[in-house]
Design a protein around this ligand. Structure first.
Ligand SMILES: Cc1cc2nc3c(=O)[nH]c(=O)nc-3n(C[C@H](O)[C@H](O)[C@H](O)COP(=O)(O)OP(=O)(O)OC[C@H]3O[C@@H](n4cnc5c(N)ncnc54)[C@H](O)[C@@H]3O)c2cc1C
Length: 470
């Protein structure tokens, strides 16, 4: 039996453990903080559970348009919300533990580090154990970055892992960082009723996302009363009694009751014994891997946030599975980031897959596109959805769908047909000819595809200038 040792029990590690044991490996998983990792215990699951409450509040806030009247103002009991969040995370972690136990995976609660390529030293509460390994998978994740002059105190200056300790809604929350994490928390706390200031060092929120989508979101944020401070870089955060003071690099200050730092992540790659095995990292400490999750050391693989490839739970899980398929001799398809779908869980949500507008604009992908606002969609009108759109990218000539963006409530559920189209190389005509329910938001996906039928005909002429146009 191949002896597999996995360090880290997040999605990169536990999904790999399930595949490793399915393929007949003798699998041990070592985790220091609880199975499920940060994804389940502090990051993904807790934030999306908090956002589930925020979504209801958004709907309640917008329901007067639909003719609903409430006697009293609906308010949020944040202590109850956070109790639910933490219980759900614990129970999800327990479910993962049970399924690994059922599959015969040995689970060790402790700290793991490499001793060369074929041994892992595990430090537990009881002492140390050296575990021999034919294959090692590093899936140790990442932790929140903090600024040198903004040290979290867990009370009012917080990282995203600490917000679930709050038992009252912050009166005025300053969110530093307008990437995905900052935008999601700003959106959620705004919906829950906090006064939110979003401090963004760039000229718009979500600098890494589709610019049209980010513009819609920023408009919605400001319309709902959030203060979005663009081109404002935080230099430090300090406590002043019951207040926090965020100082900006231009010398100005913003005062609030709480501050949430969302300024990126640092890989958990220190103290892992990487040098003993010859595992390379990049200059930011991320473990370098290829498309089948191999590191520079033979027999040592890495998956998830510690590799910095694309910091998503779904990608971590796929990298982990790929590592096991490769190491244990199963059929393996290398990781293809052009097929990854992802979502920003704001209100509205922003879901994307495949080619991006930035790639098209830079000439990296030669695609034609269309954008269809949702406000013309009959279901959207019935539901009073006024913001959002569907954007579709297809290749000229063939009309093959290579990417898409959906900005809508529950866009995370609407993106799947586009993911399928990208994965299976469907054409816009195939997408357009597929029945959609009437009335439905997904009708706009088919409508956008229909529009690209004409655009791609036009693109045929663009792509073949010699061909006479009709
Ligand atoms: C606020 C927030 C929300 C997010 N929401 C989403 C989302 O909605 N969807 C999505 O796809 N992604 C989301 N992400 C990203 C997602 O959480 C990560 O991509 C995912 O957690 C990566 O999984 P992982 O297995 O690499 O690491 P992790 O989940 O971080 O797990 C690593 C585990 O390894 C343990 N560990 C570290 N070092 C050692 C060691 N030496 N020995 C033993 N154990 C060790 C850690 O304690 C941890 O338990 C979110 C991230 C944040 C910050």
């Amino acid at each position: 039996m191949t002896r597999v040792v996995i360090i880290g029990g997040g999605p990169g590690g536990y999904e790999a453990a399930l595949v490793g044991s399915q393929l007949g490996g003798d699998v041990t998983i070592v985790d220091s903080d609880g199975l499920g990792g940060s994804a389940v215990l502090t990051d993904c699951v807790p934030s999306k559970t908090l956002i589930a409450t925020a979504e209801v509040m958004t709907e309640v806030g917008e329901s007067p348009e639909l003719g609903l009247r409430y006697g009293e103002k609906v308010s949020v009991d944040l202590a109850a919300v956070n109790t639910r969040v933490l219980q759900l995370a614990e129970s999800q972690s327990a479910d993962i533990t049970r399924s690994l136990e059922k599959d015969g995976v040995r689970i060790i609660r402790g700290q793991g580090r490499l001793q060369g390529t074929d041994q892992v030293l595990v430090t537990t509460a009881e002492g140390e154990e050296t575990i021999p390994a034919d294959v090692v998978l590093l899936a140790t994740g990442a932790h929140p970055r903090v600024l040198p002059d903004a040290v979290p105190d867990g009370e009012r200056i917080l990282t995203w892992t600490q917000v679930y300790g709050l038992d009252e809604l912050p009166e005025k929350l300053i969110v530093v960082g307008s990437g995905v994490t900052g935008a999601e928390f700003a959106s959620a706390y705004d919906a829950l009723g906090a006064d939110v200031v979003l401090v963004s060092s760039r000229d718009r929120v979500l600098p890494g996302e589709d610019a049209d989508a980010a513009t819609v979101l920023e408009d919605v944020f400001t319309r709902r009363g959030m203060t979005v401070m663009s081109k404002s870089r935080a230099a430090g955060v300090r406590r002043d009694g019951d207040q926090v003071v965020v100082s900006l690099t231009d010398g100005s200050e913003v005062v609030g009751s709480h501050c949430l730092l969302a300024v990126g992540s640092i890989p958990n790659s220190e103290g892992l014994g990487l040098e003993t095995a010859g595992v390379d990292t990049d200059d930011r400490g991320f473990i370098t891997v290829d498309k089948v999750s191999r590191t520079s050391a033979k027999g040592v693989y890495a998956a998830g946030d510690c590799t910095g490839v694309l910091m998503l739970a779904s990608v971590a899980a796929m990298q982990g599975r790929i590592a096991m398929w490769h190491a244990l001799g199963d059929a393996v398809t290398p990781l293809n980031l052009a097929q990854v779908s992802s979502n920003v869980f704001t209100a509205p949500e922003i879901a994307t897959v495949g080619a991006t507008q930035a790639q098209v604009d830079a000439g990296e992908v030669r695609a034609t596109s269309t954008i269809l606002p949702l406000k013309g969609n009959p279901r959207a009108k019935m539901q009073d959805i006024t913001d959002g759109f569907v954007k579709l990218f297809c290749l000229p000539v063939t009309g093959i769908v290579v990417g898409g963006v959906v900005v809508a409530p529950r866009a995370s559920e609407l993106i799947h047909p586009l993911s399928l189209a990208v994965q299976c190389k469907l054409t816009v005509d195939q997408l357009a000819q597929t029945f959609t329910v009437y009335p439905s938001l997904s009708g706009s996906l088919a409508e956008a595809a229909r529009r690209l039928h004409l655009h791609s005909l036009q693109a045929v002429d663009d792509a073949n200038p010699a061909k006479p146009s009709a």
